[in-house]
Design a protein around this ligand. Structure first.
Ligand SMILES: Cc1ncc(COP(=O)(O)O)c(C=O)c1O
Length: 401
């Protein structure tokens, strides 16, 4: 056996990977699979951003850059935070990373110590606990109940804080629940955190632009005067500008934390890809950026409402109405203990596997997000695909009845 580092034992194998591998194998074999698994927009990157990348290449932006990024991008991100979010970060309080994921990982590595606990509301994005464990710290989950639209309450948060609590992670709008907290709900959580000055906040705001039903987005660090000095704000171009493959993420935060993250990055990846940087700035500063985001947002809102209405009409399925991101997170546990064509359904993984094998619809089991009773469906797909997929889910459920 090849000798691996002990830290690899800290990282769990993804139990959902088996389902996505099976979906890919079916597609490769020519089966018409309806895919609700993807966590990325089905739209292409807006043309003006792609043109900016071509011009970056033509202008020779192909060499090493400063670790945080070119000054133009740092300034554009600082301006975005100031004007859109009311976060008065200066350019030297900004850095970038290879997507939101890499930004979060670098921040955990730069801030957390072994023994530290980080409070994570569940359901949660799958990588948070794994990254936090790799940084030597311990995730502490606080369950957002379905009856409360998967949101945690200030009381729950207060109860979870103990002597070892060093971090609080908040992700609104959320993957996988598709739920965004209201400004008032976030403020109530911020007031709890404000009473505990040892807690650093990691605010994952990457779905900021994908928010529905007229809800207003607010950045967590603006919610209490004491938070600016101990919050790291994460964002990226992946979801809002349909740029998942570009790997552009960014962080705003106190200068000491940003300097530490830059020190880490300078020994790791050096910086993000040179010719993505000016296009990433263009996406933020050119008015066509905001227009493209709004066009996509309106499409997602329409699709999300439609998917939610169709899911809610399925017998014995409950589904919280999504008001952010592009996910529905229905509860399918009423079907556990039933059998379809010889497959026993016991949890979200066997439900997803049975649905894929028998009716060719790919969904993500909630197990890796802390909910083995729910499955995640992405509505980053067309209305036709949504109807086709949910018709098939209805047929699958009928077999289980
Ligand atoms: C909540 C959340 N945070 C961070 C990320 C990572 O984003 P990126 O693709 O920019 O690395 C994702 C991606 O799915 C996400 O859903």
């Amino acid at each position: 056996m090849f000798p691996l580092a002990d830290r690899m034992k800290l990282v769990s194998d993804s139990i959902t990977l088996a389902v996505s591998a099976k979906a890919n194998a079916l597609k490769k074999a020519g089966v018409d699979v309806v895919g609700f698994g993807a966590g990325e927009p089905d739209f292409d990157t807006p043309v003006f951003i792609k043109e900016a990348a071509k011009s970056s290449l033509d202008q020779g932006q192909t060499k090493y850059t400063p670790t945080p990024c070119f000054p133009e991008l740092r300034a554009a991100i600082a301006a975005k935070f100031n004007h859109e979010n009311g976060l008065p970060y200066k350019p030297d309080q900004i850095t970038t990373g290879a997507g939101g994921k890499h930004c979060l990982y670098m921040a955990f590595m730069a801030v957390l110590n072994p023994g530290d606990e980080v409070i994570i509301p569940s359901p949660y994005w799958v990588s948070y606990p794994e990254q936090i464990k790799l940084a030597g710290a311990t995730p502490r989950f606080v369950r957002g109940e379905e009856a409360n639209s998967f949101k945690i309450t200030p009381k729950q948060l207060e109860r979870a804080i103990g002597p070892r609590t060093r971090g609080f992670l908040i992700n609104s709008p959320s993957n996988p629940s598709g739920v965004a907290y209201s400004p008032e709900e976030l403020r109530a959580l911020a007031e709890v955190i404000a009473k505990h000055p040892q807690i650093v906040v990691f605010s994952d705001e990457i779905y900021e632009k994908l928010i529905y039903d007229g809800l207003k987005f607010v950045s967590f660090a603006t919610l209490h005067p004491s938070l600016m000095d101990r919050t790291l704000t994460f964002n990226c171009h992946s979801k809002s500008f349909a740029m998942t493959g570009w790997r552009v993420g960014y962080i705003g935060g106190p200068k000491a934390a940003i300097d530490a993250i830059n020190k880490l990055q300078s020994q790791m990846t050096s910086h993000i890809t040179s010719f993505t940087q000016i296009p990433a700035a263009t996406a933020l500063t050119d008015p066509r950026g905001a227009e493209s985001v709004e066009t996509m947002r309106q499409q997602f809102e329409k699709r999300g409402r439609h998917m939610w209405e169709r899911l809610s009409a399925l017998p014995k399925v409950t589904c919280v109405r999504p008001n952010g991101a592009f996910y529905c997170f229905p509860n399918v546990s009423a079907y556990f203990g039933k059998t379809a064509a010889g497959t026993q359904i016991t949890d979200a993984v066997s439900f997803a596997a049975g649905l894929l094998e028998q009716n060719h619809v790919a969904v993500v089991p909630g197990n890796d997000s802390g909910f083995d009773t729910h499955v995640r469906l992405s509505f980053a797909t067309s209305l036709e695909q949504i109807d086709k997929g949910i018709d098939r889910i209805a047929q699958f459920l009928q077999k289980l009845n």
